[in-house]
Design a protein around this ligand. Structure first.
Ligand code: DGL
Length: 261
């Protein structure tokens, strides 16, 4: 599993639920976080570099890019470069539009994901008669990182980040796509500060199903403790270590250090 940070945990959790026979590790490129602020060329170079080193060190059978910001940019390049299968995480516009009753769907993502051609293409292909609103949130992924570290997040700041998702133009938004893997980490706060209840679409279960399909027949169960490798080489302070333990994840060392910051 690969992400810019701890958003990868929301996907890891679902894969762990789906498959007891798979050893899981998460490469969290915290030294490069947040990806939403990087320009495309810098991000592409970074993702390729981190994955080159991680794949070399960990030798996975399958890589899940548990990051919308990276997947919507780098998937075609990664699939060409490596022979192992890749599963990407891209905005779940298709299921969201299929289930919206009011035909008002919003995509909550990083500022980078909402300007990608990949995202526009998904809307063209799958929005049908839905009106899709794109919201690039600048600070939300950082709030999710803070929450896992036990840092209090300001409710009003969350409200300001998500408010543009809520459209009222004769009909109200009824569905919001969580198009950044960090956001399910703070779902209770999103629900609390939403101006009205909506269905939040988390793509992680669908990603887990796809990964499971590619992994093939299930084998005997393995040790369920997953490992997280932080590219910064920093360990986890106590509050984060406790949060990681809830996900049955420990911090591991052993990835080549010295990745570009
Ligand atoms: N978790 C990432 C995503 O799904 C991005 C967060 C960030 O690094 O800005 O898009």
């Amino acid at each position: 599993m690969f992400d810019s940070g701890l958003g990868g945990l929301t996907v890891l959790r679902e894969i762990a639920r789906a498959r007891a026979d798979v050893e899981l590790s998460l490469v969290a490129d915290d030294a490069g976080f947040p990806y939403g602020r990087l320009d495309d060329a810098a991000l592409l170079e970074r993702v390729v570099t981190v994955l080159d080193r991680s794949i070399d060190a960990l030798r996975p059978d399958l890589v899940v890019i548990a990051c919308n910001t990276a997947s919507t940019l780098a998937l075609p390049v990664l699939r060409k470069r490596f022979s192992i299968p890749f599963v990407g995480t891209v905005p779940a516009i298709k299921p969201a539009c299929a289930q919206s009753k009011t035909k008002r769907v919003s995509v909550l993502a990083t500022a980078a994901t909402v300007r990608r051609d990949y995202t526009f293409e998904l809307i063209r292909e799958f929005a049908g008669d839905c009106r899709v609103t794109l919201r690039g949130a600048e600070r939300l992924a950082g709030f999710a990182e803070d929450a896992l570290r036990g840092i209090r997040i300001d409710g009003e700041a969350i409200r300001a980040e998500i408010e543009p998702c809520f459209i009222e133009d004769g009909a109200r938004t009824d569905t919001v796509v969580l198009a950044c893997t960090h956001y399910p980490l703070i779902l209770p706060q999103l629900e609390q500060y939403a101006p009205w209840p909506v269905t939040w679409i988390d793509p992680a279960p669908a990603i887990a199903r796809r990964a499971s399909q590619l992994l093939g027949a299930e084998g005997p169960p393995v040790d369920r403790t997953a490992k997280t490798y932080f590219t910064s080489g920093n360990g986890a302070p106590p509050a984060l270590a406790r949060a990681l333990a809830d996900f049955r994840v420990i911090v591991a060392e052993g990835l080549p250090a010295g990745l570009p910051v």
